[in-house]
Ligand binder design. Structure first.
Ligand SMILES: [Zn+2]
Length: 315
């Protein structure tokens, strides 16, 4: 049955250049190993088993940028990363668009955002959250500030939310409070900025996040699928069932679910291809999703988003 589903989808997709229309989550290695980044992306681009277009995140969001005299040094390093991503995507603008990697706690947030948006083919932001850090509910002011100031430039925001990694943690009262706070903040911001698409990475790391989001019926907030299925999540906590995520997507509505591979900067070429295929296969071979739902997630939603984010490609 599984194999039959796979075959049907392959036949259904035949004629299209790639299995995935849009990958919203690919990392650029930045200035660390530019050749690897480029090879990896070229390898996946526009192939039968690859994507038609991808959003590439600049590595700069990884810089905490301490206060004080080190600021200029870190700001410079962040800009080098942004510049690298812009140069990379500008080589293949038909296939790639760049997202400026930022952190909301940066003192020079406005200045860095401005500098990044002055670079060609940067169409949005990647906002960092890492474990142990505060989420957007603690930084809604700077987020609002740049959204207002650069509303014309910011088509897409991909963001991580501190909404849990392990099932036990994620179901605790404290974790649910964090989930609700983050989602309420996001919804509040997204309601005011309808001309921006917000994408919650890794389905919020937690099906509860997606369920919380589903109550608001927001058309400009999406979740993406990376890390949820085989590769990352199940290795972190086997208690999390993939079916919990699938059910949360269905509650939200699959029209709000996007494909992301989250190919990591450190991955070598073979590993990156394996992760990408693993993420695609986790959708294609999934018996809990109908063929139509798979097509919506892998193709139709991506088309819609790309038309919005890169209308020049459809002229
Ligand atoms: Zn990622």
């Amino acid at each position: 049955m599984k194999l039959l589903s796979v075959l049907i989808l392959f036949i259904g997709l035949k004629g299209l250049a790639a299995q995935v229309y849009l990958d919203v989550h690919i990392h650029d290695q930045g200035n660390m190993d530019s050749q690897l980044s480029e090879n990896r992306i070229l390898n996946l681009m526009n192939q039968e088993s690859g994507f038609n277009h991808a959003f590439v995140l600049s590595h700069s969001y990884n810089l905490p940028m301490p206060d004080g005299k080190d600021q200029p040094k870190y700001a410079k390093a962040a800009f080098v990363d942004m510049l690298h991503t812009s140069q990379l995507v500008s080589k293949y603008p038909k296939y790639l668009s760049g997202l400026c990697g930022i952190r909301l706690e940066w003192q020079s947030l406005t200045e860095m955002t401005e500098k990044c948006f002055n670079l060609p083919n940067m169409i949005g932001l990647k906002i960092r959250y890492a474990r142990g850090e505060k989420g957007i509910s603690s930084y809604s002011k700077p987020l609002e500030l740049i959204l207002t100031k650069y509303s014309e430039k910011i088509r897409i925001i991909l963001l991580h939310l501190p909404t849990g990694f392990k099932k036990q943690e994620s179901n605790s009262l404290e974790a649910r409070k964090v989930v609700n706070q983050e989602i309420e903040t996001l919804v509040h911001v997204a309601q005011k900025h309808k001309n921006t698409i917000f994408v919650v990475a890794h389905s919020g790391n937690n099906p509860n996040t997606v369920i919380a989001l589903s109550k608001f019926k927001m058309k400009n907030i999406f979740v993406e699928v990376s890390g949820v299925a085989g590769s990352v999540f199940n290795n972190t906590d086997k208690d999390f069932q993939y079916s919990d995520f699938i059910n949360s997507w269905k509650t939200l509505g699959v029209d709000q679910v996007l494909f992301g591979s989250d190919i990591e900067a450190e991955d070598n070429l073979e590993f990156a291809s394996r992760i990408f295929k693993g993420e695609v296969d986790s959708i294609i071979s999934n018996s809990l999703l109908t063929e139509n739902e798979k097509n919506i997630i892998l193709i139709e939603n991506g088309k819609k988003i790309l038309k919005f984010a890169r209308p020049d490609l459809f002229d």
